[in-house]
Design a binder for this molecule. Structure first.
Ligand code: PMP
Length: 399
């Protein structure tokens, strides 16, 4: 009799499972618009030139692979902190910001969630409706009770700001509010600067604790611009703030698992104590993080020439995604569907197309085009070779 005989089969990950189905599909053409990965104009995943150059520099050095500190490579942590908070952040200058290297953005969210559960065991967590599905899964796994706040307005395809603000005003003090810094996944609908200011004032006045998830820095407007929400929260006088950032998309280092958790504290002394607890959390999970990806990012950010090249490359990715949005909107308009113009107003790698689960199923059955059943489409999977085909199929299923 096995100890594991009562173990139930867990469902496949809905997004990663889509890629498996697409790979197994014998039809041609076929298009995978499901997964959130950047593809170039030829539909390939490529390593940026800046990362390749950093790789060559590291390879040339004979680097022993010793353990690194529990909270990561110091050069990586400080460079990442400046990327997230800007070059002249008062809290950082005052030694009030703790930044720890993590296993991607997911690792940052989980270490942050574990730290919060240990520190504020009775806090609730509020997540935008909808959000990246793993937010829910991960905070629940950390032991939190999860609530949602309204976020997306299906008719306008933008943020339902009045409803969001009303929900923030009604939350218990001490609630952890998960906010997307930019390129909201899955909707592509972001807060404007004025809306960030209102959110920041409300979060401060209601005594809420913001936890900002920044997985797509540089994919909407630029490195500093996409982090504006974090700067606005601090300017508003929010005392504590957590940020989970990811280098998966911006450096194309998906599988290297590079991210960081930053926590803004009220004083340098508080920061010392918080860092010690964050290290305990990491130690109890995976002891210390891996070396390679963070060394690449530290090399790029620490060299003006490599950094300029990297920013240029992020700009190219951003530009190509916007061009694909434009191309899709123009083709759909030419096919009699001007109502998809909103796709140009959405930001980042995804668009929430408004297609129903039944329409998404038709795309798959009739055209071998795979998308998430919510209607989320990965715009970076579009290119000149498949744009006409995809636009035509969407126009057909849209009726
Ligand atoms: N947050 C959001 C909103 C994401 O979309 C993702 C990646 N899909 C992550 C966090 C996690 O990023 P990583 O792959 O670096 O763990």
């Amino acid at each position: 009799m096995s100890f594991f005989s009562s173990v139930a089969l867990a469902p496949d990950d809905p997004i990663l499972g889509l890629t498996d189905a697409w790979l197994a599909d014998p039809r041609s053409p076929k298009v995978n618009l499901g997964v959130g990965v950047y593809y170039d104009a030829d539909g390939r995943q490529v390593l940026p030139e800046s990362v390749m150059r950093a790789e060559a520099t590291l390879t040339a050095r004979r680097r022993a692979r010793s353990y690194i500190p529990i909270d990561g490579l110091p050069d990586y942590d400080s460079a990442t902190q400046r990327l997230v908070f800007g070059e002249d952040c008062a809290a950082a200058a005052e030694g009030r910001v703790v930044t720890a290297q993590t296993l991607g953005g997911t690792g940052a969210l989980r270490v942050g969630a574990d730290f919060l559960k240990a520190t504020l065991p009775f806090a609730k967590v509020a997540i935008s409706q909808p959000s990246w599905p793993n937010h829910q899964v991960l905070f629940r796994a950390a032991g939190f009770e999860i609530g949602n706040y309204p976020y997306y307005h299906a008719d306008s395809h933008g943020v339902d700001f009045d409803a969001m603000l009303a929900a923030l005003l009604a939350m218990d003090a001490g609630t952890v509010v998960l906010l997307h810094a930019c390129c909201h996944n899955p909707t592509g609908a972001d807060l404007s600067t004025a809306q960030w200011r209102e959110v920041a004032g409300t979060v401060r006045d209601r005594g809420l604790l913001p936890f900002v998830d920044m997985a797509y820095q540089g994919f909407d407007r630029g490195i500093a611009e996409d982090a504006q929400g974090i700067a606005i929260l601090l300017e508003a006088g929010v005392e504590n703030l957590l940020v989970a950032n990811s280098c998966s998309k911006s450096f194309s280092l998906y599988g290297e698992r590079v991210g960081a958790l930053s926590l803004v504290c009220a004083s340098a002394d508080e920061a010392r104590r918080v860092r010690s607890q964050v290290k305990q959390t990491i130690r109890a999970n995976y002891s210390n993080p891996p070396t390679h990806g963070a060394a690449l990012v530290a090399t790029i950010l620490g060299d003006p020439d490599l950094r300029a090249q990297w920013e240029e490359e992020v700009g190219q990715m951003r530009g190509r995604i916007k061009a694909m949005r434009n191309g899709l909107v123009a083709r759909l308009a030419a096919l009699g569907h001007p109502e998809f113009a909103f796709i140009n107003r959405q930001a980042g790698m995804f668009t929430y197309s408004g297609l129903s689960p039944a329409q998404v199923q038709r795309l798959r059955d009739e055209f071998a085009i795979y998308a998430v059943s919510s209607g989320r489409i990965c715009v970076s999977a579009l290119n000149e070779a498949n744009l006409d085909y995809v636009a035509d199929a969407i126009a057909r299923v849209a009726g």
